[in-house]
Design a protein around this ligand. Sequence first.
Ligand SMILES: [Zn+2]
Ligand SMILES: [Zn+2]
Length: 422
Amino acid sequence: MESLKKNAILRVVSLLGGVAALVFLMPSGLCLENFTLVPAAHAAGGIVKSPTGEAPDRYVYYPGTEALAKDEIRLIACGTGLPAARRSQAATCFLAELGNGDKFLFDIGTGSMVNVAALMIPYDFLDKVFLTHLHTDHWGDLSTLWAGGWTAGRTGPLKIWGPSGATPEMGTKYAVDHFLKAYNWDAQTRNFFLSPKPGEISVIEFDYKAVNAVVYQENGATIRSLPAIHAGDGPVSFILEYAGLKVVIGGDTFPNQWYIKYATGADVAIHECFLPPSELVQYYGQSPQQALGVGTAIHTSPQAFGKVMSTIKPRHAIAYHFFNEEVTRYGVYDGVRQIYDGPLSLAADNMVWNITKDKIVERMVISPDEAWAVAGPNRPPKPPARGSMPDPMTDFIKKGRWNVDDAQGPMIEKFKKEHGMK
Ligand SMILES: [Zn+2]
Ligand SMILES: [Zn+2]
């Protein structure tokens, strides 16, 4: 594969019955789609020289097996779909991993934590979340990160950066305060057995109207915010700058002047790209009026996405926010290609991009369905001393216990002995 890496960007555009359809995007922006262009020796990775040796480079990323270079960003699509649930595609979530060790979650849409968890990253490293806006398909899985991470090894609070709204109750701080109120029973019952610290959430709410304003700056990484135009006041897009690289994470938006101005020349530009209205009618059951409104007035149509990208000319463009499958992807692709002929990914869940000054490589993540949480370097804080927290269970409930000592007693004794417990 090394010879191909120099001047071509590899894309896996679809997995058709397990066979990767490969497209090479030449630096000129000319897109040559033709299976015959793929040298046979490279179709499944590098040349296999021995029946007992390694098969080099299979165009996949196995989580936790590759060190990041200091000046590299790994970007993983953990959710790319729509609010309606679907097993093969969670709602919006992009994880950016930086060569300095920072990891940022941009949105955490419904269902996306399944893909995040399968990366087997210790939860302590997943404590920074940047929300583009407060539609559930962009933060609906916060509960999973919050409580799941709490039980599975996160040692400190979550930190959430998100926009203000036109009024206080339309902002991120209000949303998270009331999220914690809604999950009060969850928190109170866990607080009794676990340290309450990892159950805390700190919110950094910033002005949604601020243009290209710094909302985070540490350790060589800068994150800026831009206003977006979507459904109501509040939504934003983010710009991540690190090691001379610029990755723009576009939130839901109609094409807007701020994105055009500040995403110009980005290394990677992510922008939403909705299904064409015809497909919203055909597959999503929407009325023509609704489809036109949703698909072309509060979101970005494929043609409009094409115009955005042909104007800002990123090194690589990423389209997301549509159900990406056989019956839809060609309509999206054709719409984009009417206007834009540069490097392009039609995002699907578990697509990964390695980004450096020299190259941008797209592959797929191969991760287990049955991943467990992986311990990080820090030990979880001790649970509170008995009696220091209100017991969430009354004597009425406790007295209803049925005696199973004879059944589980020997197992418990054995366990205690093995672990030196009294
Ligand atoms: Zn939205
Ligand atoms: Zn959305």
